[in-house]
Design a protein around this ligand. Structure first.
Ligand code: G
Ligand code: G
Ligand code: MN
Ligand code: NA
Length: 259
């Protein structure tokens, strides 16, 4: 298992970096948040995308320490941007961090997140945790308990890749969730595929009826953006506005996007 050793060393050597992708409000075009996305800056291979190593990190359990590093780094960065914006009279910025099912099954997850929030001084409401429906598949009772623990910290909870999982919709009623992120597979064919349009419109209505915010992922074109705006989607994320970028580039984007 050479890759396992390599991942472990990568963490020790500080080869992981976070890139940030803006989330943009469809009402006024303001950047309201960032999603932190892990990259491995390999000394020989260059930038390695998470698709190439997240699966293995999950299998080996290394996703737990890597995830703690990502959470701490994202929160520390968010605190810096948050303070600058507040000093400048701008709305706060939300930082979204992905949690895989393996991390979600750690009994000390809530304590770990509480520690990172305290250590970095980030207001809890500015941290958005992205979970996939898969976290509800093993032990629903345990998952609901943990969601309530996390909610009690004051953080925001989002369901990532919404619509692609196998769980029943009934959990939306009883779970303390704040945001649905429409999976990019549905957004992809918007404006050309009427089935995908029906699904997207239905997810937006479902979210709003449940008083949830709805974010569309993978927006790549003006047509998709306009469609989502017409149908009252709250926020978008995708290459049309920006790819995930390094912290300095993101900071420049924030400066160019004053509201
Ligand atoms: O950035 P990219 O589209 O290549 O990300 C691919 C996948 O890797 C996404 O599904 C994303 O959720 C996952 N991912 C990216 N960063 C993190 C992270 O910090 N933690 C976890 N658990 N998953 C991540
Ligand atoms: O599973 P999750 O939603 O966390 O994954 C986010 C992934 O989606 C990141 O790897 C990011 O690079 C990718 N992504 C973000 N915007 C777009 C987009 O507009 N098109 C495509 N194809 N991928 C995107
Ligand atoms: Mn995500
Ligand atoms: Na997603």
């Amino acid at each position: 298992l050479r890759i396992e050793g390599a991942l472990r060393k990568a963490l020790e050597r500080g080869e992981f970096v976070l890139h940030y992708q803006p989330q943009v409000d469809l009402g006024d075009g303001a950047i309201t948040g960032a999603e932190a996305l892990l990259r491995w800056q390999h000394p020989e291979l260059g930038v390695v995308a998470p698709a190439r190593f997240i699966g293995l990190a999950e299998e080996t359990g290394l996703i737990v320490p890597i995830g703690v590093w990502a959470l701490r780094t994202a929160c520390a960065q968010a605190r810096v941007w948050h303070d600058a914006r507040v000093a400048d009279g701008q709305a706060p910025l939300r930082m979204a961090v992905n949690l895989s099912a393996r991390q979600f099954s750690q009994p000390d997850l809530a304590q770990c997140i509480a520690d990172v929030l305290e250590e970095t001084g980030l207001p809890p409401a500015c941290l958005e945790l992205e979970l996939t429906e898969s976290v509800f598949m093993d032990d629903v009772t345990q998952a609901v308990g943990l969601l309530h623990e996390l909610k009690a910290l004051g953080v925001t909870l989002a369901i990532d890749d919404f619509g692609t999982g196998y769980s029943s919709l009934s959990y939306l009623r009883s779970f303390p969730i704040d945001v649905l992120k429409i999976d990019r597979s549905f957004v992809n064919d918007l404006a050309t595929d009427t089935d995908d349009e029906a699904i997207v419109v239905s997810i937006i209505a479902l979210a709003h009826n449940l008083k949830l915010r709805v974010v569309a992922e993978g927006v790549e074109s003006r047509e998709q953006l306009e469609y989502l705006r017409r149908h009252d989607c709250d926020q978008i994320q995708g290459y049309y506005f920006s790819r995930p970028v390094g912290p300095l580039q993101f900071e420049q984007m924030l400066r160019d996007n004053k509201h």
